[in-house]
Design a protein around this ligand. Structure first.
Ligand SMILES: [Fe+2]
Ligand SMILES: [Fe+2]
Length: 478
């Protein structure tokens, strides 16, 4: 297998697509449907070209090239990380056996389901972000938005390749469905809740790429461990691209916080609404929202499905090979969050309970994710500290605003105090963005499409893209 893609082909790929005519034809007949979806559901801002990264190789260096590309001519390719011929299953009951190049009949339905769920998130985020170009704070940000969008489109291709190549007619039907479901649609919404929410403004976009793309990183991390080798290799390469999406989120929030601090200092006030910056309490509310809906993406605290996926070798743990245990977990246990009720008073409280480690795998993954999210809060708080501002941002309690799992049935404050329904109704505006907050943020979203200029509510980035300066002509508008 070659690692470099052949760009003379209709569908650039490093999977020797030309050797399998049937598969090639099937994907070539899906391609116009994808392009139609991109035209109708993708970015709405017309452009001549955008300075984009295109994957060309999966090797260690030089895996991408940069250049100005007309968006509809972007080459969405199929790339799998290089095959490791000696790779063994790393966990579960097949641990130590050679990995699978084909789908075992007994796991077919489960693997297909996992791929469809992952695949569904990729085009969803493009749909959610489609109108953001019209209000981009700079050409640099606009370029990053489009970069994220085209790569999510490529991730859809990655999952569709697997469906077409390994799941026959059912796989092809699922590939069609991935284009028919749409974010926020009443008739056929995307599968997961967070992917049906709106991304109406750039603060939401940065929070989404920080918190929700990061969920994607953890999901891909577990699928990268899969015994089904093509899935593992696909996800390994997707993770490479995903790093940029999270950089956009991390530094995007950095820059919003930075600008807010500057205005607070210049004007010597905490109340920067009306001064063109986003007040810290509003940033905190957006953080609360995006973090809590992203926690839901990890599913319930316990799951027998996920236990079965693990035992079967379909989906591993985050950094499976760094774990110091038997990688089977048949006799291990884990403490998971739970809601308990006092038998006498009926009062509910948040506690922990011990379950088998296999059943608690969602909790394990969510904890890895939470620890990672703390990193962002830490760096944003450093910006506040260095700016001489005493306020701090924080992650809300795990029970806050949850719709999935142990806390779906209760309402809790960001500090984890359980509230009666009436009080939640009355007070949720203290913790989640209100219409007033959203309207204010939206009022700041005026496009700055001039080279080298930036909107007043956000600081410029420290670095440009691929060594280019901030005032580079990242995008030529139509
Ligand atoms: Fe993705
Ligand atoms: Fe992403």
């Amino acid at each position: 297998m070659s690692t470099t893609a052949d760009y003379s082909e209709k569908i650039p790929n490093n999977v020797n697509l030309h050797e399998d005519r049937r598969l090639q034809r099937a994907l070539e007949s899906w391609q116009p449907n994808f392009l139609h979806w991109w035209q109708t559901m993708g970015p709405t801002l017309p452009t001549q070209d955008v300075y984009l990264r295109t994957a060309i190789n999966v090797g260690r260096d030089g895996w991408a090239q940069f250049g100005h590309v007309a968006m509809p001519e972007y080459r969405w390719g199929i790339f799998l990380a290089e095959r490791d011929p000696g790779r063994k299953v790393g966990f579960g009951e097949h641990r130590g056996e050679p990995v699978w190049g084909k789908v075992p009949g007994e796991y077919r339905a489960e693997l297909q389901r996992l791929i469809v769920i992952q695949g569904d998130t990729e085009p969803a985020s493009v749909e959610q972000q489609r109108n953001l170009g019209a209000t981009a704070p700079s050409l640099y940000d606009l370029r990053n938005l489009f970069q994220v969008n085209v790569e999510e489109g490529r991730h859809l291709w990655a999952m569709v390749y697997l469906l077409h190549a390994y799941f026959g007619r059912e796989g092809r039907e699922e590939a069609e469905e991935l284009l028919h479901r749409n974010s926020g649609s009443l008739d056929s919404p995307r599968i997961l809740g967070a992917f049906n929410e709106e991304t109406p403004d750039w603060l939401s976009f940065y929070m989404f790429t920080y918190f929700t793309d990061r969920d994607g990183k953890y999901q891909l991390g577990t699928l990268k461990e899969s015994a089904f080798d093509p899935l593992s290799r696909t996800c390994e390469f997707m993770l490479k691209e995903e790093a940029h999406h999270m950089m956009v989120g991390t530094t995007g929030v950095d820059r919003v916080v930075q600008r807010t601090v500057e205005v607070m200092r210049e004007r010597d006030t905490d109340d920067v609404a009306g001064l063109g910056a986003i007040p810290l309490p509003v940033i905190q509310k957006y953080l609360n929202f995006h973090y809590s809906v992203s926690l839901d993406l990890f599913g319930g605290e316990t799951s027998t499905n996920v236990a079965n996926y693990y035992t079967a070798g379909l989906k591993g743990r985050w950094l499976e090979d760094r774990r110091k245990d038997d990688h089977k977990l048949t006799s291990d246990s884990i403490m998971v969050d739970t809601l308990s009720e006092d038998a006498r008073t009926g009062e509910q409280s948040i506690g922990q309970t011990e379950v088998s480690a296999l059943v608690g795998l969602n909790t394990d993954l969510r904890r890895e994710y939470i620890a990672d999210c703390q990193g962002g809060v830490k760096r944003w708080n450093r910006i506040l500290e260095e700016g001489g501002v005493r306020q701090r941002l924080k992650l809300p309690h795990i029970a806050f605003n949850r719709k999935v799992g142990a806390f779906a049935g209760v309402e809790a404050t960001p500090d984890g105090e359980i509230l009666p329904a009436g009080e939640w109704q009355r007070r949720q505006g203290e913790w989640l963005p209100t219409d007033v907050d959203k309207t204010y943020v939206r009022s700041l979203m005026r496009p700055v499409h001039e080279r080298g200029k930036i909107a007043a509510w956000i600081a410029p980035p420290r670095n440009g893209i691929n060594g280019q300066p901030f005032d580079y002509d990242y995008v030529h508008l139509a």
